[in-house]
Design a protein around this ligand. Structure first.
Ligand code: GLU
Ligand code: ZN
Length: 305
């Protein structure tokens, strides 16, 4: 059974949702499912829907991807309600949050390589080595980690139900990388807060990231957020549809039928007559009919072959 959504955070404030793509490639059908679900959830709750470009990692960025993502969203009629936020313009806010966490003694430098971590623990989860064996002062290459104090995090996802993450899966994660780039987990916690986000609807690949975001929300005393993770779109080989797996970019032909197919996969039951409608009419009706509790825990087999 699909659990009903939790109505804790944000229940008294206006719903503010968001879509936050990384410009590492063009949008694919899996991204459309996440964008559409978060858009409809916001609109059906009389909320607003924001767009943030998560351009935190220049080496992984594909030139032109941001503008392609923006124009594809426009083509599908998924229009955002405020100015687009770019993470690349927000570094000073991440620095401030890092300073606050450091003032709370919740950060520490670490110069362990992935290889060293694996050699020590047999897995890739960080073991807290540099919390005890301090990084030498002369060291120039180190990252900053968040001290989770090996606490566990439990929360209720509006779609996936009760979740919890413990050490070592929830290990002392990186806040600022040794190449001085900001880690996604810190940036997302800071940005979602400053954008006033009350509800996040995104792909299930980020389910565990919620635990880290919640750990930072608690440490920085930020407003709570409702999380809703939609199932992941998998190709016939069982791999996530992703830019890395070269999922085809969304075609900007057949807009209405693509939106219609996405709605069906999200467990909604759009009237076939909408296939003849234009995209704004379809989105309007889909907003009226939206029911987050109908989102399945898994898409039917071979939905993305
Ligand atoms: N930028 C992240 C990504 O594209 C998603 C961020 C989020 O939805 O929290 O994977
Ligand atoms: Zn270390």
């Amino acid at each position: 059974m699909v659990p009903s959504r939790s109505a804790t955070a944000g229940s008294t404030s206006m719903y503010i949702g968001r879509f936050a793509p990384s410009p590492t490639g063009e949008l694919h059908f899996g991204s459309l499912l996440a964008a559409l679900a978060s858009y409809l959830d916001a609109k059906s709750n009389a909320g607003i829907w924001l767009l943030r470009i998560d351009d935190l990692d220049p080496p992984r960025e594909i030139p032109g991807a941001s503008s392609k993502i923006i124009s594809t969203l426009e083509t599908f009629g998924l229009l955002w309600d405020r100015e687009i936020v770019y993470q690349s313009q927000r570094y000073s806010h991440y620095q401030e949050a890092l300073a606050r966490l450091s003032a709370l003694a919740l950060t520490y430098p670490c110069n362990c390589s992935r290889k060293a971590i694996k050699a020590r623990s047999g897995h890739s989860h960080y073991d807290g080595h540099c919390l005890i064996h301090k990084v030498p002062h002369c060291s120039t290459k180190y990252c900053w980690r968040f001290n989770t104090q090996r606490h566990s995090i439990s929360w209720t996802d509006g779609i996936q139900g009760l979740q919890s993450l413990h050490y070592p899966q929830l290990a002392d994660f990186i806040l600022k990388r040794s190449d001085h780039l900001w880690a996604y987990q810190l940036a997302v916690a800071v940005d979602d807060q400053q954008m006033g986000i009350t509800d996040i609807v995104r792909g299930n690949d980020l389910l565990e990231e919620s635990a880290k975001q919640l750990a930072l929300i608690a440490a920085l005393n930020l407003q709570p957020i409702n999380f809703n993770h939609i199932p992941l779109a998998l190709n016939p080989q069982g791999q996530k549809l992703s830019k890395q797996n070269l999922a085809p970019a969304l075609s900007t032909q057949k807009i209405t039928s693509t939106l219609f197919r996405a709605l069906c996969l999200l467990g909604q039951t759009p009237d076939k007559a909408l296939l003849q409608a234009d995209k704004s009419e379809l989105l309007k009706q889909a907003t009226l009919d939206w029911n987050v509790n109908r989102i399945p825990l898994k898409y039917p087999d071979n939905s993305f072959s």
